[in-house]
Design a protein. Structure first.
Ligand code: HEC
Length: 187
């Protein structure tokens, strides 16, 4: 008995998870098809990130979701993306304002992702931005960037890599926002 339990614990993560098949070109999928794929894969994604043990990975799914469904966007590596905003961030973020604001310190945005490989959806990284107190990380627009692998392991990233692109949206405090057709406004 003991040996069997040990072997199960050693099995690679997700070995027993069901496949989430994707038919056709991911860029051509209808909204309902994307939702179906997400329904299939979302528990596996949440479980993987949560293995990190940190508060963001454990809690982000209870935050405000900012889109009506995950959407395929190029800049984060041809992945389907869905962003969640914590309580501090949600009110301002969900206005999707173009300028004239700074996000409150303590705002956290967590963006989960999945990709399609060989006809199957596979979990991608969780991307995280945290707004620091005034004066923090001026070269990165006041944000701390982080990312977790699908198994919850922290990725080694360069602040300058993330900020270098996000600063294209300097007037709106480095926020890129979800694609317009999936934005969910505040409720
Ligand atoms: C080449 C440009 C580019 C780079 C590099 C980049 N991002 Fe992004 N990021 C975007 C775009 C575009 C979006 C909006 C995509 C969407 O949700 O449709 C985005 C959205 C986000 C969001 C959701 C909040 C928002 O801006 O609306 C987080 C969190 C995030 N990125 C974190 C990161 C982290 C962490 C890194 C570095 C590991 C990084 N990004 C690197 C372009 C980039």
């Amino acid at each position: 008995m003991k040996i069997t339990a040990g072997l199960l614990a050693l099995a690679p993560f997700g070995a027993f998870a069901q496949d989430c098949p994707v038919e056709g070109d991911p860029a051509e999928l209808e909204a309902e098809a994307v939702v179906e794929i997400y329904d299939c894969i979302e528990a596996r994604m949440a479980e993987g990130y949560a293995a990190n043990g940190g508060p963001v990975a454990a809690e982000f799914r209870s935050w405000q979701v900012t889109s009506t469904r995950p959407a395929l966007a190029g800049p984060h590596g041809e992945r389907f993306l869905q962003t969640f905003a914590n309580d501090t961030a949600a009110e301002q973020y969900l206005t999707f304002a173009e300028d004239g604001f700074t996000m409150p310190a303590g705002s956290v945005l967590a963006k989960e992702s999945f990709a399609v490989k060989e006809g199957k959806a596979v979990p991608g990284p969780l991307f995280i931005m945290t707004k620091l107190a005034a004066g923090g990380a001026p070269e990165a627009g006041g944000w701390l960037y982080a990312a977790l692998m699908p198994d919850g392991t922290e990725m080694t990233i360069q602040q300058s890599f993330c900020a270098g692109c996000h600063l294209n949206w300097e007037a709106r405090d480095s926020l890129a926002y979800p694609l317009e057709e999936v934005r969910r406004s505040s409720q």
